[in-house]
Design a protein around this ligand. Structure first.
Ligand code: SAH
Length: 246
């Protein structure tokens, strides 16, 4: 089954962009996923094909019109009723690997990319649209957010990643950051690869990896650790001591 991505944007020429090369590009050529970048402006109806207007209440920037966006969204939904409809916005729920995995297992996704100051809020009241953010910073448009979301989904599609197992124990999949990696040369600038990784003792390697994943998550991402443990975050001094001991 082909994962069908539709992107509603004022800049369709940004697609597939970086998704046209490497893993995603090959998968696109092999029709493991498809991409339709739709020009929002085609749904404008006035003489000037305007898609935005000044913000009610004043202030800087322009606001994308609800009527134009709704026409674009409705047309996309009609073509692909089963695909979740997502709008990129910093006001949305932060994207997670869990959500990415669920999307990748589905028929595809329709992504609405904002530009300017915002999209008219009434669009979100009138249509069932999932609002998604890719992080707590502001981009100039939703397109790069859409590329991020699609990249994360595409690499999980069957046959896209080389080894079938890669992906399973990566950062976030287990609720933890992934353990660190090393490769040859064994010694570099006086630093050696941790002994245990060269021991050939698979159980010891697994134990080391798990303990590093836990320690690094605790230290770097106390928010993830707290969720993982379902317990209170350890005191920062405790986490620091743990690292020195390693
Ligand atoms: N004034 C808005 C930001 C607008 S940025 C605010 O402060 O919330 C213009 C467009 O870029 C947005 O409509 C959205 O589609 C996209 N965008 C910006 N930052 C984003 C983020 N962190 N995640 C997803 N989309 C984002």
């Amino acid at each position: 089954m082909t994962f069908a991505a539709t992107v509603l944007t004022l800049y369709p020429e940004m697609f597939p962009g970086p998704l046209g090369i490497s893993l995603a590009g090959r998968a696109l050529a092999e029709a493991r996923w498809s991409l339709d970048a739709v020009q929002i402006r085609d749904f404008a109806t006035d003489r000037h094909r305007s898609v935005d207007d000044t913000p009610a209440g004043g202030g800087s920037g322009m606001v994308m019109r609800a009527d134009v966006l709704a026409r674009a969204v409705d047309a996309a939904r009609e073509r692909q009723p089963a695909a979740p409809l997502i709008a990129m916005t910093p006001r949305g729920r932060p994207l997670t690997q869990e959500r990415v995995r669920a999307l990748a297992a589905g028929p595809g996704v329709t992504i609405l990319c904002g530009r300017f100051e915002a999209m008219d809020e009434r669009l979100f009241e009138a249509r069932d649209i999932e609002q998604v953010s890719i992080g707590d910073y502001v981009l100039s448009g939703g397109e790069i957010g859409a590329l991020v979301l699609l990249d994360a989904c595409i690499r999980l599609l069957p046959g896209v990643m080389g080894a079938a197992s890669s992906g399973d124990d990566e950062s976030f999949e287990t609720g933890l950051l992934e353990y660190p990696h090393y490769t040859r040369p064994v010694e570099w600038e006086g630093r050696t690869i941790p002994e245990v990784l060269r021991s050939g003792d698979h159980a010891a390697v697994d134990a080391w990896r798990l303990s590093r994943a836990e320690a690094d998550t605790r230290l770097r991402r106390p928010d993830l650790w707290e969720r993982h443990e379902g317990a209170r975050v350890r005191s920062p001094s405790g986490a620091r001591r743990e690292k020195k001991d390693r």
